[in-house]
Design a binder for this molecule. Structure first.
Ligand code: TXA
Ligand code: MG
Length: 419
């Protein structure tokens, strides 16, 4: 059985008992309910501002939750040379640093230290069966983490072609994991996801740390990814050591995840690098990820859960602006608080629906502001957020995917395409 840990509400202080609640993340029939642990001061120790607690092994499913890290204070620093040097020192001593990439902010730890990796899962309250992406400075550093012997010659040629063409950049490659990478990085899988980010701060941090950096998006599990340092603090303040503030991220949706262990290669998650560019580089079509699965079923890759990247409010994806206006009127009649996430061309809806957030018009603008828009409207404590369906290739594939996962219902009438 899988467990997650809910954090104590009160900050961790030396000499004061620490309370953590263990919650089965996938309750099975007959499984015990939440279990609360109270640790006497002598049962935990602090290391810098990290507090380590060893949970008895019988209470968790394995390595990832055997050490729980609770933190007292999160610093947020402008990502200059000094801050990056200090961030690298934190990574080397097993701490957690959030940093900007060209896609979204990542929550980084030393990928070669299983205890540091375990802290990522704890801080995010991430499901223990959801593998992490390892960030590298270049292709040579990635190669050192992979089991090349398990790849066919043609698969390795494809990997090299894609690395040369698209790295650094928003493409994550799933290949075979070498024994030097701790199993909990990949949630026990034999495979490893590697990515070389192009953001100068990410790249400087990896080089200064001298180790590959495991980093999921720096949000609470299942929540919308962060595209600013403030978004990271909103989700993780008090749980991580440091946030490097490099301003808003340029792309705004996560990297494309491509599985190269299968033939043909398979896109597990559409993202910042459009499918068409990958197909052109490989000179062949690539497959698409497994069908979406419900939250109650086992997932091939849990990031592919049907409901993910979700705001707290209910998101409804409407067929077009007319549909959106009709739903708005109906929901107001039911006494609901309603907001809308709109394109620039939706002028009628902008005049009628308040509050609203205008994402822009081009796919690049929409991708860049999508998560900020969802977070901004969610912060206004509305019941429902209405938006209009987006279809098409290029970046629109990733945008449509995120809207689908964040929404409770999708209407199936005429499509409205963003350019
Ligand atoms: O743009 C990005 O990819 C950002 C930045 C920080 O690099 N990272 C990110 O990480 O989005 P995360 O953990 O939020 O999403 C990683 C996705 C998940 O859907 C996970 O299941 C999948 O990649 N993944 C990671 N390792 C995998 C593996 N070995 N096999 C299959 N899927 C994997
Ligand atoms: Mg994520």
């Amino acid at each position: 059985m899988r467990h997650s840990t809910r954090w104590s509400d009160t900050p961790v202080r030396q000499g004061v008992p620490l309370a953590l609640t263990h919650v089965p993340s996938r309750p099975e029939s007959g499984a015990s309910a939440e279990r609360r642990h109270v640790f006497a001061p002598e049962r935990f120790h602090t290391d810098g501002n990290v507090c380590n607690v060893v949970i008895p092994q019988r209470d968790c499913s394995g390595l990832p939750c055997s050490t729980i890290a609770a933190l007292v204070h999160t610093q947020c620093r402008i990502a200059n040379e000094t801050a990056i040097r200090e961030a690298a020192a934190i990574i080397r001593r097993g701490g957690l640093v959030a940093f900007p990439t060209e896609t979204v902010y990542g929550l980084g730890a030393n990928a070669l230290d299983p205890h540091a990796v375990a802290r990522i899962y704890a801080a995010k309250q991430r499901a223990l069966n959801d593998p992490l992406i390892v960030h590298v400075a270049d292709a040579a550093q990635a190669e050192a983490l992979l089991d090349r012997a398990r790849l066919s010659a043609s698969q390795w040629t494809q990997a090299q072609t894609l690395m040369q063409r698209f790295w650094p950049g928003p493409l994550t490659l799933v290949l075979w994991r070498s024994g030097v990478v701790p199993p909990n990085v990949s949630a026990g899988l034999d495979t490893l996801a590697v990515r070389c980010p192009s953001h100068p701060v990410a790249s400087a941090l990896i080089r200064a740390s001298g180790v590959p950096i495991a980093a999921p998006s720096a949000n609470r599990f299942g929540h919308v990814s962060p595209t600013t340092a403030q978004h990271v603090l909103d989700d993780l303040d008090g749980r991580i050591d440091l946030v490097l503030d490099g301003g808003p991220t340029a792309i705004g949706v996560e990297s494309t995840v491509l599985d190269l262990t299968t033939d043909p290669p398979r896109i597990l998650r559409p993202g910042g690098l459009p499918r068409e560019q990958i197909e052109q580089a490989l000179d062949k079509p690539v497959a698409s990820g497994p069908a979406y699965v419900g939250d109650s079923e086992p997932a091939a890759s849990p990031g592919l859960l049907a409901r993910h990247y979700a705001p707290r409010a209910r998101l409804i994806v409407c067929a077009d602006e007319v549909d959106l206006l009709a739903r708005h009127a109906a929901l107001l009649q039911q006494g609901k608080q309603v907001a809308a996430l709109l394109l620039r061309r939706h002028t009628q809806a902008q005049a009628v629906v308040h509050p609203h957030f205008v994402l822009g018009e081009t796919p690049e603008e929409v991708a860049r502001s999508l998560y900020a828009g969802l977070r901004a409207l969610d912060a206004q404590a509305v019941d429902v957020i209405l938006t209009v369906r987006i279809e098409g290739g290029g970046l629109n594939e990733a945008i449509a995917d995120r809207l689908r996962r964040a929404s409770a219902h999708i209407t199936e009438s005429a499509p409205a395409a963003a350019q």
